[in-house]
Write a protein that binds this ligand. Sequence first.
Ligand SMILES: [Zn+2]
Length: 509
Amino acid sequence: MENNYTVLARKYRSQDFESLIGQDVLVKTLTTAINTGRIAHAYIFTGIRGTGKTSTARILAKALNCLSSDHATSKPCGVCENCRAIAAGQHIDVMEIDAASHTGVDNMREILDAALYRPTNARYKVYIIDEVHMLSTSAFNALLKTLEEPPAHVIFILATTEIRKVPVTILSRCQRFDLARVPVETLKKHFAWVAEQEKIELSDGANDLLARAADGSVRDGLSLLDQAIAQTGGHVDEGAVLDMLKRTDRGTVVNFMKIVLSGDVNAALNKLDEIYNNGADLTMLLNDMMEWTHWATRMYPSLRLQDATSSPYTADQRETIKKINENISLNTLSRIWQVMVAAVSELQMSTNQKQCFDMLIVRLMHIADMPSIPELLKQNTNNTQKEEIKKETPKSDYLEIKTSEELVNALQNARELLLYSYYTNNLEIVNFEPQKIKYFDRKGDKDFSQKLTIWLKDKTNQNWTIERIDEAPHQQTISEQTKSEIESDPMVADAMNLFEGAEIVNISK
Ligand SMILES: [Zn+2]
């Protein structure tokens, strides 16, 4: 970058109250107070970074000291000696102190001792203390003493991003102003204006992305614009900004959510790989997916919020979301949201974000697939009703076993675990009819057939013929059959692919 390049945030820093971006309430209150001569001895400005706290502090310092008027004015001229020196941060009577590097009590005492002397060139001595919450307790106490009995010519302007860390005793001595997060539309208007001044092409789509990424901060947004200009040589379009932010465009996110909620694990994980390989930041992607969930919920028909048009999506994308909403319950959307919220910190702590994200997708698909709690409760009541009907029909005390599968279930239900595991793991069943079983026994335990015959007689009140053949028919055992059935299930197959080298070691029914 050229040496004489001034970053946009500094170049377009607001110089007067009218040009402060998105702080209308503050401007109105503060200018009225100045115009009516009600000047406080201490102000505190709070708000997220980049909303104009120090800019406002400097404008206020100019307003108090501008030479164009013989008293404080809400319209500082910007050209007199005082205005220019303050704007440049070089006025001898306007001290800007960064509390982060002056946390100690000695620093604060030194500063406060100097406050006793009258200003040299200005009407007021102004102390702007930035990030004031960083001061130590003893430094705060020293400051409090001065605030309790401030010299008539001294004005304190405190700024902080963390108002809760400022002692109440200090707050009670200050006039407080909350700087609002600057709305997206206001930021867009400002960035468009800056682009015009800089003779830069800034597409509306790119501007929208920048304004949303700025998250209410003028300075952050302008820094991003700086970066985008440097990377594109002045033709800032949506693609360039997406690249820069490592963002995936909304169309892709909408499409991705559609795939995730369709239940096709393979397609979803493939799409995720594609997005990831295109350089997307996964934290941002999760952010975008949360944005999707938030808007899908707001657009849910039964809520009748009718604010779909204020969503960041195009008409086509909104149509897609509407269609997805037809197949998903509000409850599911809210559970998807909960899982995503939990994933935010998981993702931050994870040493392998991609793995973490794969798992998140599988989890989301499960939620989309699962019946909601009210549905589950309903099913449960149905089951209970069925059971009650069953109980009414008279039932013999003996079991009826007609197939090998029924035998397996019966053994399991009766907790005959030895018989059950021997039967399912070692036998190749050649033939099974009521009261007649023919099998090959891989292990060859001669007692087994006798034990099974006794058990069957006992449970079915029938005599069973159990025949063991000597030649192996080379069939699968029941365990082997179950395992291959499960492995061929597409959902399980996907999970197996996901966990490389995974194998099914146990199947619980
Ligand atoms: Zn002036």
